[in-house]
Design a protein around this ligand. Sequence first.
Ligand SMILES: C[S@@+](CC[C@H](N)C(=O)[O-])C[C@H]1O[C@@H](n2cnc3c(N)ncnc32)[C@H](O)[C@@H]1O
Length: 212
Amino acid sequence: MELPEDYKEGKKDFLGAKIDLRKRPFIPREETSYWVSLAIEEIKKDSTCLDLFSGSGCIGLAVLKNIDNSYCDFGEKEDLFLEQVKINLELNKIDNHRYSLIKTDVFSNINKKYDFILANPPYVALSRINEVGDDVKEFEPHVALFSGFDGLEIIKEFLSKAMLFLKDKGVIFMEFDEKQLKDIEKIIKNNYSKYEFFKDQFDKYRFIRIEK
Ligand SMILES: C[S@@+](CC[C@H](N)C(=O)[O-])C[C@H]1O[C@@H](n2cnc3c(N)ncnc32)[C@H](O)[C@@H]1O
């Protein structure tokens, strides 16, 4: 099995941000850059954001690079990937007043409210492990991929609490797998009234936008 090209290169561009990958975080995907570019069109200058499940930090870095005077906290469970985010913040010369790094299990250590929460949680169902590419399984961190038998464990926890961490009129963007749309809709209906599902550039339902 060959090491993925992006790990060989050790870096990748993500919406104008330089992303170092030497600590082997989850490799940023095109589908993610698609919805993050749409989120960026909506995020106004001076907004506060949380990039939860930050991995390499690509999502929050794209916000900080593209939106003047924006602020972003990075929430991640793994120390190694928080180190990777720090490397990437320095690589992109982001002023240290514009962010904090937070070691957290979903929202366990988050204690602020934000204008935007941007989340790409682990969402692959263990029941579908055979559909995951061999190179992904061999080289990418399993903590970034899998979330229980149905892939919804972390999404459920995230959606049940996210509203508490949003300012009034705050907005959530969350990535998921299209096979989860109906289950996610059931969870959402109990907690939120304004939401919409969107497709990615490959015509697959891939992300949801929720308003408080
Ligand atoms: C799919 S990756 C997303 C990485 C990056 N945001 C991106 O879009 O490329 C999910 C990330 O969530 C982290 N993670 C997994 N479980 C977590 C939890 N319970 N709380 C916080 N972070 C978690 C993983 O370590 C991984 O870095």
